[in-house]
Design a binder for this molecule. Structure first.
Ligand SMILES: [Zn+2]
Length: 51
């Protein structure tokens, strides 16, 4: 799932990597416009993907 750059107006940035662990998933992003990198942790239970 895409995210918005925290450093510039770029939106819908595709993740370059995803790491799942237990009931969380970490997505790593790199903005194609300004080059900043960031990561986002999401709780899979919020998306109904965990048992
Ligand atoms: Zn950016």
């Amino acid at each position: 799932m895409t995210d918005n750059c925290p450093n510039c107006p770029q939106q819908h940035v595709e993740p370059v990597a995803a790491v799942e662990r237990r009931d969380q998933v970490s997505h790593l992003y790199r903005c194609p416009a300004c080059g900043v990198t960031w990561s986002t942790n999401r709780d899979l239970r919020a998306y109904g993907e965990a048992a």
